[in-house]
Design a protein around this ligand. Structure first.
Ligand SMILES: O=C(O)CCC(=O)C(=O)O
Ligand SMILES: [Fe+2]
Length: 270
C-alpha cells in the first residue's frame, strides 16, 4: 500500500488511464463520471504532428478576449467562449468561424487536422464523430491554443454556460480534447481536481474572468499530467482543471469540445 493511499482515501472513479486508442469504455466512463481523463500517446503520427506544428509556427496567433482571459492565452482559430453573450452564441461567432476556416485552409496542409483527430477518436465508437451544428450551421471544428502562461482553474460545461442546447442535438455529456503539438521543457502540466462546480464556488471566482482562485478546489484529490508531443488527452471538463505556466518552448495543442449527443453521435466544436 502506498503512503498516499494510507493517508488520503483515493476515489477509484477518479483516475487517469493511458491506452493505445480511445475505446467505447473510455468514452462511457468519462461520460458517466467514472474516470477523470484518458491519454493516448501518438494518436496522430509524429510526422503529421510535426507538419501541423511547422505550419502553425509560421502563422500569427491571436489572443483570447483579454478582459476574460488573464494571463493571456493565444489561439489560432475560433472558440465559442469569445462569442457568448447572455448565455447564447452571438452572431459574431459565424463570420469569425468562417475566417478561421479560411485561415486553416491557407496553412496548405493536405488534410484537415481536426478531421484526423475526429477519425482517430472515433475508431472504436459505433456512432459518428462529427462537427456539431446550430440551426443547421456547422460550428468551427476546433482551435490551436497556446497557454504559455497557463490556464486558470476553471471548468467547461456548455449546459451551464449556454441557455438551452448549444447544438441542434441535445448533449448528455461533454469532454475536452487536446492533442499536444509542442511542449515546453518545464511546466505546462495539466492539473485536474476531483471537484465539480457548486453554487458556493462563485465566491472564489476571479473578477470578470473565466477562472477561479485555486482555493476553490480546497484539498480535493488531483491528478497532474505532463503532456507529451503527439499525445491526446480526453478529460471530463466538469472537473475543475488548470494548466501550469510553461518555460522553455511553446505549448501548442489542437483542442476542441466534444459532446455525447442523445443520438449516440459524438459532436465537436471549437
Ligand atoms: O491544454 C490543456 O491541457 C487543457 C486545456 C483546457 O482547459 C481544456 O481543454 O478544457
Ligand atoms: Fe478547460
Amino acid at each position: 500500500m502506498s503512503a498516499h493511499s494510507q493517508a488520503v482515501p483515493h476515489d477509484p472513479h477518479f483516475s487517469v488511464v493511458s491506452a493505445p486508442a480511445f475505446t467505447r469504455e473510455h468514452i462511457a466512463d468519462l461520460a458517466a463520471g467514472r474516470r477523470a481523463a484518458v491519454r493516448v500517446p501518438g494518436l496522430l503520427p509524429a510526422t503529421t504532428c510535426a507538419e501541423i506544428l511547422r505550419a502553425l509556427e509560421a502563422s500569427p496567433f491571436e489572443a483570447y478576449g483579454r478582459q476574460r482571459v488573464q494571463p493571456p492565452v493565444m489561439r489560432f482559430g475560433v472558440g465559442v467562449s469569445d462569442h457568448r453573450t447572455d448565455g447564447t452564441l452571438a452572431d459574431s461567432y459565424w463570420p469569425a468561424a468562417e475566417a478561421a476556416r479560411n485561415a486553416w485552409d491557407q496553412l496548405g496542409l493536405p488534410y484537415d487536422p481536426f478531421t484526423l483527430c475526429r477519425e482517430a477518436l472515433g475508431v472504436n465508437w459505433p456512432g459518428a464523430v462529427a462537427v456539431g451544428r446550430q440551426d443547421g450551421r456547422e460550428l468551427a471544428p476546433g482551435v490551436a491554443r497556446e497557454p504559455n502562461y497557463g490556464f486558470q482553474v476553471h471548468f467547461d460545461e456548455a449546459l451551464r454556460e449556454f441557455r438551452g442546447d448549444l447544438l441542434d442535438s441535445p448533449l448528455v455529456a461533454q469532454f475536452a480534447f487536446n492533442l499536444y503539438l509542442s511542449v515546453p521543457k518545464t511546466g505546462g502540466e495539466t492539473v485536474i481536481w476531483r471537484h465539480r462546480w457548486h453554487p458556493a464556488d462563485e465566491s472564489h471566482r476571479l473578477p470578470q474572468s473565466y477562472g477561479y482562485s485555486e482555493t476553490v478546489v480546497g484539498d480535493a484529490e488531483s491528478a497532474e499530467i505532463t503532456p507529451a508531443i503527439g499525445e491526446a488527452l480526453l478529460l471530463d471538463p466538469r472537473n475543475f482543471h488548470a494548466v501550469r505556466p510553461s518555460e522553455g518552448g511553446r505549448r501548442i495543442a489542437l483542442g476542441f469540445s466534444m459532446g455525447l449527443s442523445i443520438t449516440g453521435d459524438l459532436l465537436t466544436w471549437g
